[in-house]
Design a protein around this ligand. Structure first.
Ligand code: NDP
Length: 318
């Protein structure tokens, strides 16, 4: 079977490509700049790449860029989207590539009769921020939606980009009759295949490298291999539908530091929180749908260990 992965050089996408190749798929992988070895070498080194991986150039903002790529593919994994938290021009840097890119990819899919299902990498950022406080009694599940107006008010530009993109995707497929499933992960960590540092791995690195006070924030956390597997199961299982939240555990940064300290007693970890306010409350996230896909979540302890080992191996500590 032939499938396509957009943004293939990224943290999550590289794992999707690796597992797809392990499972015998032919993978058409899109990259913005296929001449940059930092974006391609780790993919070309994967088992099965020589025989079944095709790297193709495509850009989210170029209309028609994905037409020839998705043609002939049964499944399209659309992961490409900018993920960073600070932007000088959030509309141009985050919202446009996320929203226009998603519609661009979907338009190409709607023209390709081979495409049976699109799996979109959305985020818990498109789920959790509806404006009501996240407290220990709240159970976030797939029915919840982030409110774009609340994002604008709070200047939550990345959540805004993911919410507008996912919402537009559901509206598009309803109109065109395409089959869509979304995977909505929280903070994704675990081993890196790519040589560059992505935003969520950087969140762990900054704790162990700088020992600066940890942020007063509670997030959901999940292993990158589980997230990649969820994408593939969502394609392979005909009855998969709707959105799938992916969270092993919600944890405050103080707990992340505590786990890291138990794993690595000699690392210079932060002692203090960045502010003196009460810790940001935790909340619950439903795992039921993800489990129904067949996902068995890797523990946060194991995931953090894998993350640190990978950051060490890739010399990010230097
Ligand atoms: P990475 O930054 O590692 O990957 C992002 C990918 O998107 C890169 O391959 C990047 O290409 C590509 N991309 C960005 N802008 C464009 C563009 N204009 N045209 C083509 N490609 C583009 O991030 P992650 O792997 O972490 O994120 C992948 C997906 O997962 C995103 O959709 C993100 O929103 C989502 N996600 C991530 C979470 C996390 O914690 N990591 C949590 C929840 C969702 P290039 O390499 O050329 O820059």
């Amino acid at each position: 079977k032939t499938v396509c992965v957009t943004g293939a050089s990224g943290f999550i996408a590289s794992w999707i490509v690796k597992i797809l190749l392990q499972r015998g798929y032919i993978v058409k992988a899109t990259i913005r700049d296929p001449n940059d070895p930092k974006k391609t070498e780790h993919l070309l080194a994967l088992d099965g790449a020589k025989e079944r991986l095709h790297l193709l150039k495509a850009n989210l903002l170029e209309q028609g860029s994905f037409d020839t790529v998705v043609d002939g593919c049964e499944g399209v994994f659309h992961t490409a989207s900018p993920f960073f938290l600070v932007a000088a021009d959030p509309q141009a840097e985050l919202v446009e590539p996320a929203l226009k890119g998603t519609l661009n990819v979907l338009e190409s899919c709607a023209k390709a009769p081979s495409v049976k299902r699109v799996v979109l990498t959305s985020s818990i950022a498109a789920v959790a921020y509806n404006g009501e406080p996240l407290t220990p009694e709240v159970v976030v599940d797939e029915t919840r939606w982030t409110n774009p107006e609340f994002c604008k008010e709070m200047k939550l530009w990345y959540p805004l980009s993911k919410t507008l993109a996912e919402d537009a995707a559901w509206k598009f497929v309803k109109e065109k009759g395409l089959d869509l499933v979304t995977i909505n992960p929280a903070m994704v960590v675990g081993p890196l295949l790519q040589p560059t540092l992505n935003t969520s791995a950087a969140a762990v690195l900054s704790l162990i490298k700088n020992a600066e006070p940890y942020p007063n924030a509670s997030f959901g956390w999940v292993n990158v291999k589980d997230v990649a597997t969820a994408h593939i199961l969502a394609f392979e299982n005909p009855s998969a539908n709707g959105r799938y939240l992916m969270v092993e555990r919600v944890a405050h940064y103080s707990e992340i530091v505590k786990i890291l300290r138990e794993l690595y007693p000699t690392l210079p970890l932060p002692e203090k929180c960045a502010d003196d306010k009460p810790f940001m409350p935790k909340f619950q996230v439903s795992k039921e749908k993800a489990k129904s896909l067949g996902i068995k979540f890797t523990s946060l302890e194991e995931t953090l260990k894998e993350t640190v080992e990978s950051l060490k191996e890739k010399n990010f500590f230097a």
